[in-house]
Design a protein around this ligand. Structure first.
Ligand code: ACO
Length: 423
């Protein structure tokens, strides 16, 4: 099922395009397993459209398998208590992060794959990564980071209206946002997952701010949490050296338009690039009588799905990042009326130090203004930006009023940027 919302021509921006949201537990592209009927209801009440209206001519919402809209009584309480606050800005009021306890060094990796600390650190800047162990989950990390963000923001869990969990590796196929909501006690909040790989957090940040702008949402928790270690081929030295697990969270709060912390943003996706980076869902179609075949009588033989390990053409992804990231940041900077040298900080998805350096050089940002913590954590996908932000804020590096350019890039391919003012 697909719904297209188009804004009246007098509201359409001159340059911007359309936005496509897929709410489908099977495709998991920008997916939410939050009941599709809820999303339909949200669309009907135009929240999604109003959220994105200022920047998009049209919004396409795909709801695979959406059933009829359920009873009003089943809808979340936040929908019932809508406050119309169209036109508000957002401010960042808290952040937090959490990582697993198990640390894996380059030396340790070199015991089971043919690599070395020197090769990894020279080519990537990575020296350690944290990996889930002993029953730790993505939800655990998301909850821990969110609690710290709530504490910094001086907010109670019940004051959160929306929980956005940006992840490609939820603990549940149908998404883990609602579990984060439950564990935190955000009883009034709507919660759903956003899947856009390493671009997920920046997309979540902008999505949260659009919900605030659209109305009805005052406090939004945006969490980036991933555990790519679960999908890494630990015998493939080309990929297993890169990834780590972690979570980071921020809280956005409605404020006046003048105080809006989101100064500009820009997003792209290109499915043609999927061949360079993916972890595909495999369908195993067994014939009746095959070992492990589960039959459905004489009607049909259901297929079973599993996910393959991460496959990446590192060189192509590297080229894509170095070309596209400066471009998207330039576009967002133009919207903000700023230039590279005006920025206090460059905070990119922490994939490879050589990518960070190349992008900084293109944007004429000196190395001392580039935030980097990937030597300790590797590439933590959607968690990397809020994790690095939290460390930089807590050590006093990033101060209130500082302007950051932040950009995510990765599988999809997806990439995008946001110019934000801290606190
Ligand atoms: N240790 C030792 N040697 C290695 C290793 C290793 N871990 N990995 C590869 N090599 C070897 C290769 O086999 C090759 O050997 P050969 O010349 O004999 O054939 C040589 O080193 C060079 O390999 P390349 O793949 O060409 O190395 P490159 O300099 O491109 O670095 C890397 C590889 C680090 C993966 C780099 O390409 C990269 O960082 N790419 C970007 C990845 C990225 O940013 N991903 C972000 C998105 S992630 C997401 O969205 C989920």
């Amino acid at each position: 099922m697909a719904i297209v919302f188009t804004s009246p021509s007098h509201l359409q921006p001159s340059s911007s395009s359309s936005l496509s949201l897929n709410f489908a537990s099977s495709s998991k592209s920008l997916s939410s397993a939050a009941s599709c009927s809820q999303i339909v209801r949200l669309c009907e009440s135009s929240i999604v459209f109003r959220a994105y209206a200022p920047t998009c001519k049209s919004v396409l919402v795909n709801c695979s398998g959406a059933e009829a809209v359920e009873d009003q009584a089943k809808l979340s309480t936040s929908n019932r208590a809508l406050r119309r606050t169209v036109g508000k800005g957002s401010k960042l009021i808290g952040c937090g992060s959490a990582t697993p306890k198990l640390s894996i060094s380059n030396e340790y990796l070199s015991k089971f794959v043919d690599t070395s600390d020197e090769w990894i650190s020279v080519r990537t800047g990575i020296r350690n990564r944290k990996i889930l162990s002993d029953g730790e989950t993505v939800t655990d990390l998301a909850v821990k980071s969110s609690k710290k963000a709530l504490e910094m923001a001086n907010l109670k869990a019940e004051e959160i209206d929306l929980v956005l969990l940006c992840t490609s590796t939820p603990d549940d196929l149908f998404g883990s946002a609602a579990q984060v909501q439950r564990e935190l006690g955000c009883n009034r909040a709507l919660a759903f997952d956003i899947t856009a790989a390493c671009s997920g957090f920046v997309l979540g940040l902008v999505t949260g701010s659009r919900f605030i702008k659209g109305g009805g949402f005052e406090n939004v928790l945006v969490v980036g949490a991933d555990a790519l270690s679960r999908y890494v081929d630990w015998t493939d030295r080309g990929t297993c050296i890169l990834f780590g697990d972690g979570a980071g969270a921020v809280i956005l709060q409605a404020t006046s338009d003048e105080q809006d912390c989101l100064l500009g943003f820009d997003f792209h996706s290109d499915g043609n690039g999927q061949r360079h980076l993916h972890a595909l869902v495999r369908s195993t179609d067994k014939k009746p009588g095959d070992e492990g075949a589960v039959s459905n009588g004489d009607v049909f033989l259901p297929s079973r799905a599993s996910v393959s390990c991460i496959q990446m053409n590192g060189k192509e992804v590297f080229r894509f990042a170095v070309r596209c990231v400066p471009e998207t940041i330039q576009t967002a900077l133009e919207e903000a009326g700023l230039h590279g040298p005006d920025l206090d900080w460059l905070l990119l998805h922490q994939a490879n130090q050589r990518i960070l350096d190349a992008v900084a050089e293109r944007l004429q940002i000196p190395p001392e203004r580039v935030i980097s913590n990937l030597s300790n954590y590797g590439n933590t996908s959607a968690a990397s930006i809020p994790l690095a932000l939290d460390e930089a804020v807590r050590c006093g590096k990033v101060k209130p009023g500082d302007v950051l350019a932040t950009a995510g890039f990765g599988a999809g391919l997806t990439w995008g940027s946001a110019i934000v003012r801290w606190a």
